[in-house]
Write a protein that binds this ligand. Structure first.
Ligand SMILES: Nc1ncnc2c1ncn2[C@@H]1O[C@H](COP(=O)(O)OP(=O)(O)OP(=O)(O)O)[C@@H](O)[C@H]1O
Ligand SMILES: [Mg+2]
Length: 353
C-alpha cells in the first residue's frame, strides 16, 4: 500500500501498522509484542494526539492534516472508529498519505500563475516601450546628420542608437514570449532549417574557432511546422552553445528519425502505423549546466550571463510545445550539454509514400 494505515484497539495497543506508517512518521517499527501507540509514537506527539481523538470526539476528522515540522512533511489523514456488532467502539483506524509532493506541486502551480501574470505585465510594458524606443532611434539618427562635423558627438549618437536597438531587441523578444504562438504550418525540411539557424546564430554570437558538425541523414522525413519559428528554436540553442563555448570547442547537430509506438491505451486501430518523430540533438562540449539549474534554465528571465535576457530557452520551449514536440536537456558539468528536440513527422511526408 502506498498509503499509511494504522489500526488500534480500544485499550490503545496497535493492532496493525504498515511499513508506510513507520516510513512517513520516521519511527522505527518496534520488535516483539504489540505495544501501545502512545509509547511507539512518543516522539510524534501530534500523531498520539490525533489517534487519541478517535475515542474522544463525536465527529471524527476527515481529510485533516498533520504538519510534521522537523521532517518538513505534511500528512493528510482520515480517522474512523471500528465498532462491533452491537455498535460498541472497539478500536480505530487512521489512513493517511504523505502530501508533501502534492503541496510542492501546488506551490509550483502557484508559481506558474505568478509567472503568467508577470508575463502579462511584461508584455504591457514592452508594448509601451516600443514606440518611445523607436522615437529615440529615429531622432538620434536625425541629430547625427546635424552634427556631421563633430566626430565626438557622432560617436556618442552612434552609441545611443545601438543601445536603443539593443533595448528594442529585448522588448521584441519579450513580446514574442508572451504572445500566443501562431504557426504558419508547412512541410519543413529540417536540414534547411538547421543550415539557416547556423548562419543566424553566427551573426548573433561569436563563433570564434568553434567547429560545427551537421549530421543529417539524406532520408530525413519532413516535419509539420512553421519554418521560421523552428529556425528560431535552433538559432537560440546554437547561440547558447556558441556563448557557452566562448570561441573554443565543438558543436554537433545530429538529426535522426525515431519510431514512437502508440500507447495501446490510445490506439484507434491495431494496424495503425507507429508515429515517427524527428529528433534533433544540439550538443556542445562546453562547461555544461549545473544540475541544480537544469530545472530553471527554461524559465523566462533566468540567465547566468551579464548581458543575457534569459528569454532564449523560454521561447524555444514555447515554440516546441506549439509544435506538439518535446525538448529535453542532458548535461554533465565540465563535459558538455545536449538539447534534444523531438518533432512529429508530417503525415503527408514522403516517408509514408
Ligand atoms: N549550451 C549551454 N551550455 C551551458 N549553459 C547553457 C547552455 N544553454 C543555456 N545555458 C544556460 O541557460 C541559461 C538560460 O538560457 P537562455 O537562452 O534562456 O538565456 P540567455 O542565453 O542567458 O539569454 P538570451 O538568450 O535571452 O540572450 C543561460 O544563461 C545559461 O546559463
Ligand atoms: Mg540564450
Amino acid at each position: 500500500m502506498r498509503n499509511g494505515v494504522i489500526a488500534i484497539h480500544r485499550d490503545g495497543t496497535i493492532a496493525l501498522a504498515n511499513d508506510e506508517t513507520y516510513r512517513i512518521f520516521n519511527v522505527t517499527r518496534p520488535a516483539g509484542d504489540t505495544r501501545g501507540f502512545s509509547e511507539v509514537f512518543r516522539d510524534r506527539p501530534d500523531v498520539v494526539r490525533a489517534l487519541s481523538a478517535a475515542f474522544d470526539l463525536t465527529t471524527l476528522p476527515n481529510r485533516a492534516e498533520l504538519r510534521l515540522k522537523d521532517l518538513d512533511r505534511v500528512v493528510g489523514y482520515t480517522l474512523s472508529q471500528v465498532k462491533d456488532e452491537d455498535g460498541r467502539v472497539i478500536g480505530a483506524v487512521m489512513c493517511f498519505k504523505d502530501l508533501t509532493l502534492v503541496e510542492q506541486a501546488e506551490e509550483r502551480e502557484r508559481l506558474r500563475d505568478r509567472l503568467a501574470s508577470l508575463g502579462e505585465m511584461a508584455a504591457g510594458i514592452a508594448h509601451e516601450l516600443k514606440n518611445p524606443l523607436a522615437g529615440i532611434e529615429v531622432m538620434a539618427g536625425l541629430l547625427r546628420r546635424q552634427v556631421s562635423d563633430m566626430p565626438d558627438a557622432q560617436t556618442l549618437i552612434a552609441d545611443i542608437i545601438s543601445e536603443a536597438k539593443l533595448a528594442n531587441a529585448i522588448v521584441v523578444e519579450m513580446l514574442e514570449l508572451v504572445r500566443p504562438v501562431r504557426l504558419q504550418m508547412e512541410q519543413v525540411d529540417v536540414r534547411d532549417v538547421l543550415h539557416q539557424s547556423i548562419t543566424l546564430a553566427e551573426s548573433k554570437a561569436q563563433r570564434g574557432g568553434v567547429a560545427v558538425a551537421l549530421k543529417v541523414p539524406p532520408s530525413l522525413p519532413l516535419v509539420d511546422g512553421d519554418p521560421h519559428q523552428l529556425c528560431q528554436v535552433f538559432t537560440n540553442l546554437l547561440t547558447n552553445a556558441f556563448e557557452a563555448l566562448g570561441g573554443r570547442g565543438h558543436i554537433t547537430i545530429a538529426a535522426l528519425v525515431e519510431d514512437v509506438l502508440h500507447d495501446p491505451a490510445f490506439a484507434i486501430e491495431d494496424h495503425e502505423a507507429p508515429t515517427k518523430t524527428v529528433i534533433v540533438d544540439v550538443m556542445d562540449d562546453g562547461p555544461g549546466v549545473p544540475a541544480d539549474l537544469s530545472d530553471r534554465i527554461f524559465d523566462p528571465f533566468f540567465t547566468t550571463k551579464a548581458e543575457g535576457s534569459g528569454l532564449g530557452l523560454a521561447i524555444v520551449r514555447k515554440i516546441v510545445d506549439a509544435h506538439d514536440g518535446r525538448i529535453d536537456l542532458a548535461s554533465t558539468p565540465g563535459q558538455g550539454t545536449r538539447f534534444r528536440v523531438a518533432l512529429p513527422v508530417s503525415s503527408g511526408s514522403s516517408w509514408f509514400k
